[in-house]
Design a protein around this ligand. Structure first.
Ligand code: EPU
Length: 419
């Protein structure tokens, strides 16, 4: 198993280009199932989760061609409507094939994802919405089995804001008979990016990016082209790293307009932040100030940035109160940060982080994707050597993280588990 070895204490300087967004690329790749004609995508990040999505689509009979950041998907000869457990359990986003398969082929069998490190993460809202559109759904042998001759437009109010739930229902509705209204829809920029890709394929969608999305179903979608938006979470992770280590870094190919909550918190922590159309320059001198955070659906503070900011609070001046409202078990990085000398107390869904003047390097273990990112940031500031085990979690969502950080001056390398 591979690990990262980091020697902390080196400021970051330079320029780094932000990759395409994982959480936009995954649903958009699944959207290729809605049409018999090819979907050409650009700015697709080279991530483990993208490889898993390609494997899943291949299983269904979708032909793919990949060259660099470009991926072409052709679902003209789909041979199966079943997403098997062994792929779904490694990537929960696989549930995103449910809506498209059902809408285009009238049936789908998608494994239930099962447990997940950061919380229960049920898919009941995806199912409820599809049932409202007339689907017959049962759970058989661990699979969601869905059938519908043709989905019908419906008014759906989700019980909570769900990102992939909104995406699944929006995709399904594009081919439904009549108008579908999704109330309490997720407003995440990735939902808007998916809507843009669907519109490029001929879908009729209004209100994406608001909490009320209206989809006018059409008979069929055609092929299309789309460039995947920049990853706001990857960008935020780099910025947190610079805020923690000190230095000055410019992000290019970024989408600062999608990052208000993150950029506000970085300014509150004492960073100088300058924003251009697609660039962000962050400079940090001295020790950051601790910030309070409360995760919330977009445009609130993203749960996917919580671990990285907690790492920043660990070495900040003062104390920060971090409240996680989206997932019930997303504090697993706390025990690992404590191994590095952090002072964190957890009470329910709230963590009180009292900043310490410095962390000290240690062996730690990554538990999920964003927790790994938090540990990398902590390792970059900790005195001495930090090794992070199980970095396959990091590779799911960050493209060559260690090489890009090293180019900014970090002392970081990938090593084999036995080293
Ligand atoms: N929920 C339900 N029932 C449902 C759907 C969701 O109870 O049917 C609950 C979840 O358990 C959670 C809350 O609603 O408590 C919100 O979950 P949501 O459905 O929004 O999460 P998701 O769609 O499964 C996406 C991202 C996550 C990100 C969350 C929240 C993708 C592929 N994944 O997950 O990204 O944390 O939204 O913003 O878009 C990551 O990239 O590291 C990651 C985990």
């Amino acid at each position: 198993m591979e690990k990262l070895r980091i020697e902390g204490g080196h400021p970051l300087r330079g320029e780094v280009a932000v990759a395409g967004a994982k959480n936009a690329a995954l649903p958009i790749m699944c959207a290729a199932l809605l049409s018999g004609e090819p979907l050409a995508l650009a700015n697709v990040p080279q991530l483990h989760d993208v490889a898993t999505a390609l494997k899943l689509l291949d299983r269904l009979g979708v032909k793919s061609r990949r060259a660099g950041d470009r991926v072409e998907l052709d679902a003209g000869a789909v041979a199966s409507v079943e997403a098997p457990y062994e792929l779904v359990r490694t990537m929960r986003a696989s549930i995103l094939v449910l809506g498209p398969l059902l809408a285009r082929f009238g049936e789908a069998r998608v494994s239930l994802p099962g447990g997940c490190a950061i919380g229960q993460r049920p898919v009941d809202q995806h199912i409820k919405g599809l049932q409202a559109m007339g689907a017959q759904i049962s759970i058989e042998h661990g699979y969601v089995v869905a059938k519908a001759a043709r989905l019908k437009g419906a008014r759906i109010v989700t019980d909570m804001v769900t990102v992939t739930g909104t995406e699944n229902l929006m995709m399904a509705a594009t081919l439904a008979d009549g108008e579908t209204v999704i109330e309490n829809a997720a407003r995440e920029p990735e939902v808007l990016d998916l809507a843009a890709a669907l519109v490029a394929m001929g879908a009729r969608i209004d209100g994406a990016g608001t909490d009320r999305i209206v989809v006018h179903g059409v008979e069929r979608l055609h092929g299309g082209e789309h460039r995947v938006m920049a990853d706001r979470i990857e960008a935020g992770t780099f910025l947190c790293a610079v805020a923690a280590t000190g230095g000055e870094v410019t992000l290019t190919q970024a989408l600062p307009a999608t990052m208000d909550a993150t950029l506000d918190k970085l300014r509150e922590a004492g960073a100088g932040v300058e924003v251009g159309g697609d660039s962000i320059r962050l400079s940090m001198k001295g020790r950051p100030r601790a910030v309070d955070l409360r995760t919330a659906p977009y445009p609130g503070f993203a749960t996917d940035m919580q671990a990285q900011f907690m790492a920043l609070d660990c070495i900040a001046e003062g104390a920060g109160v971090v409240t996680e409202t989206i997932f019930e078990n997303r504090f697993m990085h706390v025990l690992e940060l404590q191994r590095l000398g952090a002072d964190i107390a957890i009470e329910g869904n709230t963590a009180v982080v009292r900043g310490v003047p410095g962390l000290s390097g240690a062996a730690v273990m990554a538990t999920d994707l964003r927790a790994s990112a938090g540990l990398v940031i902590a390792g970059l500031v900790a005195e001495g050597e930090t090794t992070i085990d199980r970095i396959y979690h990091l590779d799911r969502g960050y493209e060559q993280m260690e090489a890009r950080l090293a180019a900014l001056g970090a002392r970081i390398e990938r090593i084999r588990g036995s080293a």
